[in-house]
Design a protein around this ligand. Structure first.
Ligand code: TRP
Length: 458
């Protein structure tokens, strides 16, 4: 059977953007920016997107399209069956497994807000009351498991349906709608009293607020938000035709992703500063603030339903890319049927997500927090985003930069591209800039290099 392919070029861009744009942009980025003092963190993140994320995205697409296979098999094909590089593929499969397990819990919150919106939860509530609803949800273990289950069933169902029918069709319609709704919310935020303070928080860098841990988190998030470092883009690239311009496609996906993350901040922080909330509220931030905007908008209750549905959908298009890596791995590597390769790993990810769903309630692994210092949910997120993805990313960069057959890489980069002249620059960024940047970040993290106040907790 020939390998499945995207139905159109636009279809690929939307699917890749669908993978990239997700909870990372709307849920995670604002809350970690809030915890890390805003501007300076945002600045590091933007630099990381441009200097590290963009070139690595091209690298993943180059490998994927050239090898026409999922990560492990792709590295086997390119580097040889016995080469150690295939470990990068395995690392990706494990990372995808971990990320999806807790990602589904957050997506579940979003589904739960759909139901709450339908039940008109904003009716007659003050901003404080609206924002405290999240705290109740967070500690309700059973409720979280319920929505986590529902979301995993949705993701499994779609990946089961295969690439074209499942993933592509819906992205084309719903992603643009999400974008339009965000524009509406930004416009509303402009008229809030805290808008200028919100803008200053996001865009005026105050380097003193940046910690070593914050730097690592900003770079780690660049990988997370662009779906890099674990072969998700590599896998999507494997369904690409030779006509696609990989450089252009990567530039579009990176820009869209960044734009949406910044728009989310431009909605959330004006609300924070207009209603006297704190920016460092942690994982509940988006759920505590955006509903407040709806409560002040004509037609707000209806828009709230739409918004949380779209957020859940954005999460779904990301979740399927995570699951697709695991599924296509079992198909390509072990010859499993798509059915089996979706159901068995999907079921295991679901089970592994249960301790994350119960993290807020402390019902399972309650001692985890005491031993590790973070609850199970936060530990998985920390491990995957701050360590596993950057590790995978740097290995991919080093492989493409130094070890892959240069002729092959060059030909693949050139294929279908108007930006052929960028090849040499790109290669040297992968060879030198990316590894150096990552090593510096690592040295910051382990405390060999210091930034700002050395007494700040890292
Ligand atoms: N990028 C998605 C987001 O921002 C999450 C995601 C999907 C992801 N696929 C991935 C993260 C692969 C890392 C690797 O929400």
């Amino acid at each position: 059977m020939p390998r499945a392919q995207w139905a159109s070029r636009m279809g690929f861009i939307l699917a890749a953007a669908g993978s990239a744009v997700g909870l990372g942009n709307i849920w995670k980025f604002p809350y970690i920016a809030g915890e890390n003092g805003g501007g300076a963190f945002v600045l590091i993140y933007l630099v990381a997107i441009a200097l590290v994320g963009f070139p690595i995205m091209i690298a993943e697409l180059v490998i994927g399209r050239n090898a026409q296979a999922s990560p492990v098999v792709a590295f086997e094909k390119m580097a040889g069956k016995d080469s150690n590089w295939k470990a990068v593929g395995w690392l990706g499969v494990i990372t995808g497994f971990i990320i999806l397990s807790y990602y589904s819990v957050v997506a579940g919150w979003s589904l739960s807000y759909v139901l709450m919106s339908i039940c008109d939860f904003l009716e007659g509530k003050s901003p404080e009351q609206i924002s405290s609803l999240f705290d109740n949800l967070y500690v309700s273990g059973g409720v979280n498991v319920f929505w986590h289950t529902l979301f995993m069933l949705l993701a499994i169902g779609i990946v089961y349906g295969g690439v074209k029918k499942g993933i592509e069709r819906w992205s084309k319609i719903l992603m643009p709608v999400l974008f339009v709704l965000l524009v509406v919310l930004v416009v509303r935020a402009v008229f809030m009293p805290g808008f200028s303070k919100g803008v200053a928080f996001v865009f005026a860098p105050d380097m003193d607020k940046l910690t070593n841990a914050g730097i690592l988190e900003a770079v780690g998030h660049a990988f997370f938000t662009l779906s890099l470092g674990m072969g998700a883009m590599l896998t999507y690239g494997s369904y690409l035709s030779k006509k696609t311009d990989l450089v252009r496609a990567s530039a579009i996906v990176c820009s869209l992703d960044t734009l949406i993350a910044l728009m989310a901040c431009l909605i959330i922080f004006p609300v924070v500063f207009s209603f006297g909330f704190e920016p460092d509220q942690g994982p509940g931030l988006v759920f505590k603030t955006i509903p407040v905007v709806f409560s002040q908008l004509t037609g707000g209750p209806l828009l709230a339903i739409l918004f949380f549905m779209l957020l859940a959908f954005a999460a779904l298009t990301s979740a399927i890319s995570l699951l697709e890596v695991v599924t296509s791995h079992f198909i390509d590597k072990f010859g499993w049927s798509r059915k089996k390769a979706t159901l068995i790993p999907g079921g295991m990810i679901f089970l592994f997500g249960i301790p994350s769903a119960l993290a807020g309630s402390g019902a399972l692994l309650g001692d985890w927090q005491g031993i590790v210092g973070k609850n199970f949910f936060d530990t998985m997120d920390y491990l995957a985003s701050n360590w596993l993805l950057p590790m995978g990313g740097i290995l991919i960069a080093v492989y493409v930069g130094w070890f892959a057959p240069k002729k092959l890489i060059k030909a693949e980069f050139h294929e279908g591209s108007k930006f052929k002249s960028l090849f040499v620059g790109w290669l040297w960024v992968l060879r030198i800039i990316v590894p150096i940047a990552m090593v510096v970040v690592l040295l910051y993290k382990v405390g060999i290099l210091e930034f700002a106040d050395p007494n700040l907790p890292t």
